[in-house]
Design a protein around this ligand. Sequence first.
Ligand code: SF4
Length: 315
Amino acid sequence: MTETKTINGKAIYSTKGAAREYGRIGCNFYVGCPHGCTYCYLKRGAPSKQLGGNVVRLKRAFRNEEHALEVFRREVEKHIGQCRRDGIFFSFSTDPLIKETRDLTIAAARYCIEHEIPVWVLTKDANFIDACEFHKLVAYTWAAMRLHLLHVGFTLTWRSDLEPNASHNADRVLAMHDLYGLGVQTFASIEPVINWPSARIAIRESRDVCKHYMIGLRSGVKKDYYDAAKSVEAVTGILGDLSSYRCTVYFKESLRRHLAAAMDHDDYQALLSRAVDQDGTPSWAEAFAYTQRCARAAAASAQDLSDVAKRFRGD
Ligand code: SF4
């Protein structure tokens, strides 16, 4: 069994907190992002000094792109077992598929696929879909019969007005159609949920071509930003919208906490049992526990009915 070690490299590292829900190993080559999202987490709090800014630049740890790739290969090789098991997520400090970052991301992804390491790339830019290097990566992955390792996803908020320099959400979904057609594993990050109607549109528009959804709430907002009853109604509606589609849904911890506080325990467990855990495994434990509770409740009601019948008969 592969041992889990904390990775603290210049390129790859063990993630923490909310980032860990996207991937246990992250890779950051660059800092800064030009999309200008008004809700950007890179522009708030302590990490903003190291990560923030609209201008993309290679991290100071690297001399140039070739050096960055060399360091990446060395670090991956050192932790190859863990990387094969957990995959590598690009990226938490910029958009990894914009024109400034895409070549290095694709070269690193190719190295991963060659070494049977799952790759997850999340973007808000739809333009890479026409890039020659990206098609070469897909062609290689296809020829090596490793398409199951290549995951490419889009953040979908359906609020392009808050993401002024990113591709329009509708263009992201169009690109997702292309990826799906190519056999790439598609996913969508519905995070942050700006409001539930927009999140539901994003899901409905992409559900034909999206294999996995991750849904998370906005951080750093007031406690009452989300109305609890509306959240429960929306999440129930989303699961209904997806019920006849072959995709999985993961509720991020921010959403799980919000729902758990708003719902009766059994109802919450029932809702959760329709989602998957971080590794994409159905929440069978919760589902099983729920079934057991239902069986116990049914047995208790049967006992109650039998008691009523006895009383009625005067036994
Ligand atoms: S795409 Fe992500 S990193 Fe870039 S500005 Fe938007 S929220 Fe920030």
